[in-house]
Design a protein around this ligand. Structure first.
Ligand code: AMP
Ligand code: MN
Ligand code: MN
Ligand code: MN
Length: 284
């Protein structure tokens, strides 16, 4: 297979903060020429059976997936898991605990927004939620765009939903070690998602990669919708330095909001080991 494969191993459905169903995503992936697909909803595997069935119906090879929210060095880091047993009880229970607290957090976000004159944001965001356990900042962003407070979701994040802004509420997610273990114990591999997004100092980033490796992490996203091409080059080097396999995924959320569509990223650089080589026997 090598690196020249149109694998898209990162995207979101209505089960988390995407706007399409697993079935619509499978169809879109097939139409766009994806050759290996994974649905990676935030902190949730509730869409996996539907995604697999839909992929089968499209004749599209599939890997199970999720994207786990982790707190590391006072920041939120995302760990993608691929190729696990989606019914593994440790994983399912760990994710259920990680989702817990999202409703309270959302209420606090709404209280913060009310203080700057934006009322009933919780109720507004709920209108966009497909999974009651998974209310996310993205749903608030959609509501604030729809009601004309901001013109697009990135403006909402910039003005209201990031650290220091009125709708931001710090939150404690899973620990790095737990997330890696849940995935690994369920037979999958753990991958650091979009590393360029975190804004870590070089020391913090070194700590993230070293600890991730020590806990059994196996891969890093190199080509993603969240990386510029220089960032992809930089993390290709990091993958080689830490002997990690490389992953590729659009992080597609919505036809209206996402910059990169499913299956439209550049290929992985050729000198890397693609994660799908580690997962050949897990492809369904
Ligand atoms: P949460 O898990 O509730 O903290 O929400 C995180 C989600 O918000 C991410 O998975 C992205 O989908 C979205 N997000 C984060 N930052 C931005 C941004 N600057 N612009 C648009 N969406 C963002
Ligand atoms: Mn998201
Ligand atoms: Mn992410
Ligand atoms: Mn994502």
């Amino acid at each position: 297979m090598g690196c020249m494969m149109n694998a898209d191993l990162h995207c979101h459905s209505v089960i988390s903060d995407g706007t399409l169903t697993p079935e619509a995503l499978a169809e879109r992936a097939k139409t766009n020429g994806v050759e290996l697909w994974a649905l990676t909803d935030h902190d949730e595997v509730g869409g996996q059976d539907r995604a697999l069935a839909a992929a089968r119906a499209q004749g599209l090879p599939y890997l199970t997936g999720t994207e786990i929210s982790v707190t590391f060095a006072h920041q939120t880091v995302h760990i993608v898991g691929l190729g696990f047993d989606a019914h593994n009880s440790g994983l399912v229970e760990g994710l259920r605990r990680t989702r817990g607290g999202r409703s309270e957090r959302a209420q606090e976000m709404s209280d913060g927004l009310a203080k700057v004159g934006i009322r009933n944001a919780y109720e507004g965001a709920l209108q966009y939620v497909g999974n009651p356990e998974l209310i996310s900042r993205t749903h608030f962003a959609r509501h604030l765009v729809e009601t004309g407070v901001c013109s697009d979701t990135s403006e909402v994040f910039r003005k209201y939903l990031t650290e220091g802004k009125p709708g931001y509420v710090p939150h404690r997610w899973a620990r790095l070690q737990e997330a890696v273990q849940w995935i690994t114990d369920a037979g999958g591999i753990a991958i650091i998602a979009h590393p360029a997004r975190y804004g870590f100092t070089p020391n913090e980033e070194y700590a993230l990669f070293s600890e991730f490796k020590a806990h059994g992490g196996r891969g890093v996203e190199v080509v993603t919708g969240s990386h510029s091409s220089p960032e992809a080059v930089r993390y290709a080097e990091t993958a080689l330095e830490f002997k990690l396999a490389a992953s590729r995924g659009s992080d597609f959320h919505s036809p209206d909001e996402s910059r990169i569509d499913l299956g439209t990223l550049p290929y992985l650089p050729g000198q890397l080991t693609p994660v799908w080589e580690l997962l050949a026997d897990r492809i369904q």
